[in-house]
Design a protein around this ligand. Structure first.
Ligand code: PLP
Length: 407
């Protein structure tokens, strides 16, 4: 594809040059986590070699430069998702951490017995269980937007579920198990007509398509650093200022306070109210390098390249006899989930691994999705901007070999 220097991009990722089981690595497990470019690795080394120090505490030089670098990340995230204010960006441990934070804090203030929370049939466990826990605590009820056999949400049913009892709609932007891109703007608009805020799980979105929280008018949004070419142990919870001011903090501790006496503590202002204790400083600082990397290449170009690769891979995989694609929505991003008649997904995964090809097999932390299709799991190849048609050809050849061995 012209305008997309895949050779240069691949050269930025040192791990892609290694061999696995004596074969060149073909890494197709990007939905689980992405590899890191040299720019991010260098930023991590630079942090420990030149600035390691705790943030938001010291008056000394190192603490000031690490604090400044940490706050640079916050501003980069703000620009990356086009938030109105930098204090609307809460640095978390990851998407799961952000959802748990929100479910607990929002739940404490706004959810009562008999209220309802709406999620969708294709959520990752991390956008199911925290809401389930909240519902159990509060005597609230979890409602689920159903999906059709292509893996598309039933928008009529969704509208029917919305009611004065609905206190939150929490939906994924892109499904990690199916690749479906949900009509998130429409989901948000309908919830708002009902007076209900929306959380979007963008863990599988921000690395593949441009996300603009103001254009979407979304109330809360989460994602993880490690799925967008950044470090593990860091993520983001975005929340509209009015909501973040209206909900109580999650954890107590250092950084989140203004004043502490044994009688009473007053909380710090946003965003620190939600950031108790020492954060993952290195990951927080180095997330900025991942954002720079994505922005330098450009999400529009990444999306065009990955869409082309997804179309190529879909066509090639569907030509394999007995292969059934799970997740055939009209709008998809970067995920190929499939089963092969008569063969357990795990067995295919093991043979592919012997050939140096990394895919994921199983339920992908989306067990209800597998239940709906009445399958134990799928084989999932998930794409990143550094994957190529050669990777797909290797995958197809590997599957054909596995089928010959297993059938
Ligand atoms: N949401 C989706 C859609 C995901 O795919 C994942 C991870 O696979 C998560 C949430 C959880 O992300 P993390 O494990 O980084 O917290």
């Amino acid at each position: 594809m012209k305008d997309f220097d895949i050779g240069r991009i691949r050269a930025d990722f040192p791990l892609l040059r290694r061999e696995v089981n004596g074969k060149p690595l073909v890494y197709l497990d990007n939905g689980a986590t992405t590899q890191k470019p040299q720019q991010v690795i260098d930023a991590i080394i630079h942090y420990y070699q030149d600035m390691n120090s705790n943030v938001h505490r010291g008056v000394h030089y190192l603490s000031q430069i690490s604090t400044d670098a940490f706050e640079v990340t916050r501003r980069k995230v703000q620009a990356f998702i086009h938030a109105e204010h930098e204090h609307e960006i809460i640095i978390t441990k990851g998407a799961t951490d952000g959802i748990n934070l929100l479910a607990q804090c929002y739940g404490k203030a706004f959810v009562h017995a008999g209220d309802e929370i709406i999620i969708s049939a294709m959520e990752h466990h991390s956008n199911i269980v925290p809401w389930q826990m909240l519902c159990e605590d509060k005597g609230a009820v979890l409602k689920v937007i159903p999906m059709n056999s292509d893996g598309e949400l039933d928008m009529e049913q969704y509208q029917a579920l919305l009611s004065p009892k609905t206190k939150m709609v929490a939906v994924t932007y892109v499904s990690n198990a199916l690749g479906t891109i949900n009509p998130i703007a429409e989901i948000i608009a309908l919830a708002h007509q009902n007076g209900t805020p929306v959380l979007v799980d963008a863990a599988q979105a921000v690395q593949h398509l441009k996300v603009d929280v103001q254009a979407l008018d979304v109330d809360f949004l989460v994602f993880s650093g490690h799925k967008m070419y950044g470090p593990t142990g860091v993520g983001v919870l975005y929340g509209k200022e009015k909501w973040l001011n209206a909900i109580p903090p999650y954890q107590g501790g250092g950084d989140m306070i203004k004043d502490v006496t044994f009688e009473k503590t007053t909380y710090n202002e946003l965003p620190f109210k939600f950031e108790a204790g020492t954060p993952n400083i290195e990951a927080g600082i180095c997330l900025a390098a991942a954002i720079d990397y994505l922005e330098e290449i450009g999400l529009d170009r990444i999306k065009a390249y990955e869409d082309d690769l997804l179309a190529y891979a879909t066509e090639k995989l569907l030509a394999i006899e007995g292969l059934k694609m799970i997740g055939t929505a009209e709008h998809k991003s970067s995920v190929l989930s499939f089963v092969i008649k008569g063969i357990h997904p795990y067995d295919v995964g093991v043979i592919l691994d012997k050939l140096g090809i990394a895919v994921r097999t199983g339920h992908h932390c989306a067990q209800p999705v597998m239940d709906q299709y009445r399958i134990p799991g799928t084989i999932r190849a998930s794409l990143a901007m550094y994957n190529t048609r050669e990777d797909i050809d290797a995958l197809v050849a590997g599957i054909e070999r596995a089928v010959k061995m297993l059938l």
